[in-house]
Design a protein around this ligand. Structure first.
Ligand code: AMP
Ligand code: GLY
Length: 424
């Protein structure tokens, strides 16, 4: 029986640990640092190591004879965690730093897309505040302003006016709101349409698509308010026909996988493409170099089969898409958020009902920002607190079950969207 190490502390990592624990070859799973949900999950144990402390992580992995390290978040991937594990001789799932640039540098990603003819919005990259501001005076399109580097999902501004666009440039570049992530800004054409998350397992040469998922980024019902990490999601999302999906595979997935291999930086891991379905066809909003959160919480419950075997196949370069099986059911996930999120929020609020909700049919409560207090009680420790997830025969049943579950859960100031899944 193998021992695994999952790195990260969110709902995505709880879902990864939960699914990996179902593999017949997995005995034990350490989660670094994990949360209140992974602490209580069967076969799982939290270990208090920071995801950016590569020295401690590799030493721990050697000591425990870890058979596979599975990395959730983008920050350690962009910082080279896969390279560090490779140097220590430990198999690890995710792209090395050179390939993770597809997420870590939006300027790199846009240049790569342009080179490979991948459908994208018009864009410009600026390294100087004055040049970016001058461009805004003459831009022939509505714009989106992005810090090029990683900014914890907060580096994208969709401005309502030219003044707001200028303010965003100044905040990112001159006031360094996101530090070095704002050394460059990408200013791009604002696209209109429905968004869809397209996740694929990739083994360096081949890929296997997961069902399409639709996230809901804005904090309030009706897609109002500021962007968050994601307030709810469902899958499969009926947004592309099989024919349209095949076109996306050929026009986006193939050039990425083949282009990265040709550049000597083969892509292994999960490639997450954020697509906007515009009147002119699907266009790429962004690439992420990892599983999505909360997309993972709905996709893994629909995977019929052994996640550990799939991740090993990706690492070994022997992925066979035709061997992946997905349930014909649907899944939905509603995020219970802390008061004030995505702005400042209090922590350590007592949570009631999370365990009781799991008695409902098809329901699983993945923990995102929770911790177990010394007295064993469950407390909030983050902005997105719980990812209340349900599987059902169809989308409506999955949504009804997830909403019944979240209705049993309570903490002071808890808020959630009531309209997940209602765009389609
Ligand atoms: P990203 O972190 O790049 O996914 O951007 C966050 C969100 O900003 C996306 O999910 C979209 O809702 C929005 N966004 C990003 N780029 C564009 C664009 N070019 N046009 C319109 N909306 C965008
Ligand atoms: N759900 C959005 C993300 O994972 O980036």
């Amino acid at each position: 029986m193998d021992t695994l190490l999952v790195i990260g502390s969110g709902g995505r990592e709880h879902a990864l640990a939960w699914k990996l624990a179902q593999s017949p070859d997995v005995g034990r799973i350490f989660v670094a640092p994990g949360n209140g949900g992974t602490a209580a999950e069967a076969r799982c144990e939290n270990v208090a190591i920071d995801p950016l402390d590569f020295t401690s992580l590799t030493a721990f992995a050697r000591r425990e004879a870890i058979a596979l390290a599975v990395v959730g978040p983008e920050t350690p991937l962009a910082a080279g965690i896969i390279d560090a594990f490779a140097g220590a001789g430990i198999p690890a799932f995710g792209p090395p730093a050179a390939a993770a640039r597809l997420e870590g540098s939006k300027a790199f990603a846009r240049a790569f897309m342009a080179r490979h003819g991948i459908p994208s919005p018009a864009y410009r990259v600026f390294g100087a505040t004055e040049d970016a501001l001058a461009f805004l005076q003459t831009a022939a399109f509505d714009v989106v302003v992005k810090a090029s580097g990683l900014a914890a999902g907060k580096g994208v501004v969709v401005p309502e006016s030219r003044l707001e666009a200028e303010e965003a440039v100044v905040a990112i570049m001159r006031q360094r709101q996101f530090g070095a992530a704002g050394d460059e800004v990408v200013i791009e054409e604002r696209l209109q349409g429905q968004e869809v998350s397209v996740l694929a397992f990739v083994d360096g040469r081949r890929w296997a698509l997961m069902p399409l998922a639709q996230d809901h980024k804005q904090v309030f019902d009706g897609d109002r308010g500021p962007n968050t990490g994601g307030m709810g999601v469902y899958a499969p999302a009926p947004l592309l026909s099989p024919e349209e999906t095949a076109v996306v595979e050929e026009s986006v997935l193939r050039p990425v996988v083949e282009g990265m291999a040709a550049a000597g930086t083969p892509y292994r891991g999960v490639l997450y493409t954020g697509l906007m379905l515009t009147a002119g066809g699907p266009k790429v909003l962004e690439f992420n170099c990892r599983f999505g959160d909360p997309e993972t919480e709905v996709l893994l419950p629909l995977l019929d089969g052994d996640l550990y075997a799939i991740l090993q196949a990706c690492v070994a370069g022997r992925l066979h898409a035709e061997e992946l099986r997905w349930s014909p059911q649907a899944a939905a996930c509603i995020i219970a958020a802390a008061p004030g999120y995505p702005g400042d929020y209090p922590k350590n609020l007592p949570i009631r009902g999370a365990a009781a909700a799991e008695a409902l049919p098809g329901l699983k409560v993945f923990h995102a920002g929770t911790a177990l207090a010394p007295d064993g009680s469950l407390r909030t420790s983050g902005g997105r607190v719980l990812a209340v997830t349900a599987v059902g025969v169809d989308k409506q049943q999955a949504l009804d079950r997830a909403y019944a579950g979240i209705g049993m859960i309570d903490f002071p100031g808890m808020h959630y969207r009531r309209d997940i899944g209602s765009r389609t």
